[in-house]
Design a protein around this ligand. Structure first.
Ligand code: ADP
Ligand code: MG
Length: 257
């Protein structure tokens, strides 16, 4: 299950006490059903704003977002979201945290309990169903957050720097596991990151953004075969993509010599 996402001429300007804050300007983007697209850019360039706008949680100042052709005018239900902070409830165990999504949507808990257990096993959390979030490592907590985001089989998964708070080794493992998971799910994914390697290794296309107000600098299609494990990161194609993205950041003044 996957859906198409279209972003047309999107501007978002926040109002604040010190005046208007332009966060996004003239963003156009078409995402195909089942595509894995990363939004890559510096801190404060509007990446989270773009994701929230797609989710219907931030109202565009100008422009329009469509999911499967339907304009987004209210919070979208057919999505899963994963944030940098896992936002698990400490008083609920792992299984109940995953099933929270089901309860909030008024879906029958009994129908989803077996699939929640299967999903947790799939994510390497077998035997941890009755543990509480504070008993888990940071990586395990993010695995639970991902399980909770996909238990209802959403056609669109929005991930906002989901591995940003993890140590480098855990982050590497999470990336490898996410690619495998996505290759099974085949849902559409919008993945926000400021890590160039992570964006290249996960994505079908990398959307490169400029500094605030965020504009789309370029879109880089990544043609590396999947799964992108092993020595892909030292190969010439990977280095070619990395150089190309760095060049874009230099050209738009995000990086300078
Ligand atoms: P990113 O996720 O790329 O770091 P954000 O989308 O969070 O960027 O923010 C883009 C810009 O908009 C930043 O300058 C941020 O300070 C500003 N901003 C974000 N949310 C608000 C808000 N609710 N009110 C005012 N300004 C905001
Ligand atoms: Mg952000």
């Amino acid at each position: 299950m996957a859906c198409a996402v279209e972003v047309h001429g999107l501007d978002v300007t926040y109002r604040s006490a010190s005046g208007p804050v332009p966060a996004l300007a003239g963003v156009d983007l078409q995402v195909q059903p089942g595509e894995f697209v990363s939004i890559l850019g510096p801190s404060g360039c509007g990446k989270s704003t773009l994701l929230l706008a797609v989710a219907g949680l931030v109202t565009p100042t100008r422009g329009e977002i469509r999911i499967d052709g339907r304009p987004v005018r209210a919070p979208v239900r057919e999505i899963g979201i994963v944030f940098q902070e896992h936002l698990l409830l400490d008083w609920r165990n792992v299984l109940d945290n995953v099933l929270l999504q089901i309860e909030l949507r008024g879906l029958p808990r009994a129908t989803y309990t077996a699939s929640a257990r299967t999903l947790l096993t799939r994510m390497g959390l077998q035997g941890f169903e009755a543990k509480h979030p504070f008993e888990l490592s940071g990586g395990m907590r993010q695995r639970v957050a991902i399980a909770r985001a996909i238990i209802h089989n959403p056609p669109l998964l929005l991930m906002d720097e989901p591995f940003g708070a993890l140590d480098a080794l855990t982050r590497e493992q999470m990336r490898v596991d996410l690619e495998r998971l996505w290759m099974d799910l085949r849902s559409t994914v919008l993945f926000v990151t400021h890590d160039i390697a992570e964006a290249i290794l996960l994505s079908d296309r990398v959307v490169v953004m400029t500094a605030r107000p965020g504009q789309l600098a370029d879109i880089v299609p990544i043609a590396l075969p999947r799964p992108r494990t092993g020595d892909v990161q030292t190969g010439p194609e990977f280095l070619h993509y990395r150089t190309r993205i760095l060049d874009i950041f230099y050209k738009f003044g995000v990086l300078h010599t």
